[in-house]
Unconditional design. Structure first.
Length: 312
């Protein structure tokens, strides 16, 4: 039987962590492991983990946010890892659905249908990109809709941290890129780099999880800084990943209009995020140079595979 390494990311999650670990305990099979990667919590998270036999507590010296998953994947013993946040509970049958994918050599990740706590409404389904005039974005299909409408496997533009990942491929890509610290666009970046290699990211509606939302990013870093991070990281994602010259030209020539519209709509923190991106562009371009060496699919092919739209 193929084993799975369940990896739970935690930061001050003593009030939600036990629910996640109970859901994993109900799904674990002999040989599976469970690792809690702790982002230097100051609460009683370690004590919570001690109540669950066999759970490994991996404590980090600082809060790396989603980048902490990289330490958990490195520590894992199985070729497939299930990455979860401390407020996501997996539902009955999650493991059986996930294990169906382990023989697919082209697969990088299979991601879950993530529900709100009512277990009827979808929070996260699959993502698809769009490029309209100068504006690049992605849409989460099905958010806020009845989850039962979405029962078909689909190619996914994102790799949200509620699914199984091929450990070797994850490490080969370098995992979550610290370029995006503290948050936003890193899951899109991870999936996009997998697609560039010709690997597949798949949304599997039979893998069901429930998100009991704890927005630690906003609580830790503040609403303003998270707005800035979102604006900054979109620019860094494009600079690092998009190689199509036509798309790049359209994106960067449209900067002034996007800057003005975003600042008017979201305030000065949005503008601050734009300026934050500028000194980081050199690092983004250096990383692009390395990643492009192993590209298999073009940007337009990735958009096509993930149901994206490119409009004039």
């Amino acid at each position: 039987m193929t084993g799975i390494s369940f990896i739970v990311l935690n930061y001050n999650g003593e009030n939600v962590l036990s629910g996640t670990l109970r859901s994993i305990e109900a799904e674990r099979r002999p040989g599976d492991e469970c690792i809690v990667v702790d982002n230097h919590s100051t609460d009683q998270s370690r004590s919570v983990c001690q109540r669950f036999p066999g759970v490994r507590f991996l404590s980090l010296a600082e809060n790396r946010v989603l980048g902490a998953y990289n330490a958990g994947v490195q520590a894992a013993v199985h070729p497939w890892v299930c990455l979860l946040n401390n407020d996501i509970h997996i539902e009955k049958g999650f493991r059986d659905a996930a294990i169906r994918h382990v023989g697919d050599k082209r697969l990088f990740a299979a991601t879950a249908k993530i529900l709100y706590p009512d277990k009827k409404t979808m929070e996260t389904g699959y993502c698809r990109p769009s490029f309209n005039n100068f504006h690049f974005k992605y849409d989460i299909v099905g958010r806020g809709e009845l989850a039962s409408q979405y029962e078909q496997e689909m190619e996914n533009f994102s790799a949200p941290m509620a699914g199984i990942f091929h450990r070797e491929k994850y490490l080969e890509l370098g995992g979550i890129d610290c370029l995006y610290f503290p948050a936003y666009w890193e899951e899109i970046d991870l999936a996009y780099n997998a697609w560039k290699r010709g690997w597949c990211v798949l949304f599997d509606p039979k893998m069901v999880a429930v998100h009991h939302h704890e927005d630690r990013i906003v609580k830790t870093h503040g609403a303003g800084k998270t707005v800035a991070a979102g604006a900054r990281n979109k620019i860094l994602f494009v600079a690092k990943n998009i190689a199509d010259r036509g798309l790049l030209f359209r994106f960067f020539i449209g900067w002034p209009a996007v800057f003005l519209a975003g600042t008017l709509r979201r305030g000065p923190w949005f503008a601050y995020g734009f300026f934050q991106a500028i000194p980081r562009l050199t690092n983004a371009w250096k990383r692009k140079k390395e990643m492009e060496k192993k590209r298999v699919l073009s940007d337009r092919e990735i958009f096509h595979r993930t149901h994206g739209m490119i409009r004039p």
